[in-house]
Design a protein around this ligand. Structure first.
Ligand SMILES: *Cc1c(COP(=O)(O)O)cnc(C)c1O
Length: 353
């Protein structure tokens, strides 16, 4: 993964340095306006990371001690850590084996009297089935917080991911489609959730620079330096998406392996190129020998040492199977066709032996 940053980002950073206003300022405002335009979210709050964004979205929706929050097992650990930090208990459920997203079915089976929210993750560039999930959540009166950390540009029908539930989040970490180094945002259409999140991330006050604090808050703000990079990045988003799609298609054409599937209600913005094989270990070793770094998929959360105390004893077949057989091949805008061809040739050679 190499971030797609260059001249445009440098020029914007220079402007921030010359203007001497380093904390939230004109670039942050512009960044928020761009994100609103792309996602059509009513409100966007820039924050210091995607993890913090999840934490704030849960807190603002009243999630805390004694509550259960349903989380897919196949996701980055931060999705569940943010739940644990509110004092609530993450309850892990399995995902669909064709797209690795949480399903309304698995949510329905995990709901108890203590369930207060579900945290669907739009993984690897495809949307969850939000229509079904919102229906189950509505009937059961639980909140929906969408983790769209990997989902910039991904839509469910005509809605951008992160804008269909009570709140949603984006991440701008260095390996995401668009980056600010570290950074994130909360999306919501609810004015009181918006107000609460703005307060919490800015020392519990409604106005910066004032010393009147309506509640006890924290400092989870973004800087104008980061927003300056983000503004340049978002201008390149269509180009970034176009390039990633071309790379993904090239892998798909050259490799006879199992790929994930995109359901009808979702578009697809390749985040990684995930392939599955019974020979995963061998393939990864061959690539490593040729100097190509690959990653496995996420280690399922219900098996993580940090959540051992939750004593999760059910097998989650799709999550565990994806971990055992799956690997991520690089897809980033700067990747060259020859590099993809080289990677595919190594993989295909393992298949022949
Ligand atoms: C990256 C990521 C996060 C965390 O975002 P940070 O900005 O790194 O804190 C959360 N969930 C998922 C699915 C992610 O990919």
């Amino acid at each position: 993964m190499i971030p797609y940053v260059g001249r445009e980002e440098e020029d914007n950073l220079k402007k921030v340095i010359e203007g001497k206003w380093l904390t939230e300022g004109p670039f942050t405002e512009q960044f928020v306006a761009q994100l609103k335009k792309i996602t059509k979210a009513e409100f966007v709050v820039p924050v210091s990371s995607g993890t913090v964004a999840i934490y704030l979205a849960l807190k603002a929706n009243g999630i805390g001690h004694g509550d259960e929050v349903i989380v897919p097992s196949m996701t980055f650990c931060a999705t569940a850590s943010a739940v644990a930090w509110t004092g609530a208990k993450p309850v892990f459920v399995d995902v669909d084996r064709f797209d690795l997203n949480i399903t309304a079915y698995s949510i329905l089976h995990a709901i108890t009297d203590r369930t207060r929210a579900v945290l669907p993750v739009h993984l690897y560039g495809r949307s969850c089935n939000m229509k079904d999930i919102l229906e189950v959540a509505g009937v059961s009166r639980i909140k929906v917080i969408e983790d769209a950390a990997q989902g910039l540009g991904v839509h469910c029908g005509k809605y951008h991911v992160g804008t269909m539930g009570d709140a949603g989040i984006l991440s701008f970490f260095a390996d995401k489609s668009v980056t600010t180094g570290e950074g994130g945002a909360v999306l919501t259409n609810n004015p009181s959730i918006y107000k609460e999140i703005r307060r919490m991330r800015n020392q519990g006050r409604d106005r910066s620079g004032a010393f009147l604090h309506e509640s006890v808050g924290m400092n989870f703000r973004l800087t104008d330096l980061q927003a300056a990079v983000g503004v340049a990045q978002l201008k390149k988003l269509p180009e970034i998406i176009r390039k990633k799609k071309i790379h993904y298609a090239r892998y798909k054409k050259k490799l006879k392996m199992q790929f994930l599937k995109t359901p009808r209600y979702s578009n697809f913005v390749p985040f990684r190129c995930n392939v599955f094989s019974d020979n995963r270990e061998e393939i990864q070793a061959s690539l490593e020998n040729c100097g190509v770094q690959t990653r496995r998929l996420f280690y399922p959360l219900h098996l993580q040492p940090c959540f051992e105390h939750l004593k999760h004893d059910k097998e989650l077949y799709a999550s565990e199977g994806a971990y055992n057989k799956g690997m991520s091949l690089p897809v980033y805008p700067g990747l060259k066709n020859e590099e993809i061809d080289y990677i595919c040739a190594i993989i295909n050679k393992v298949g022949e032996e």
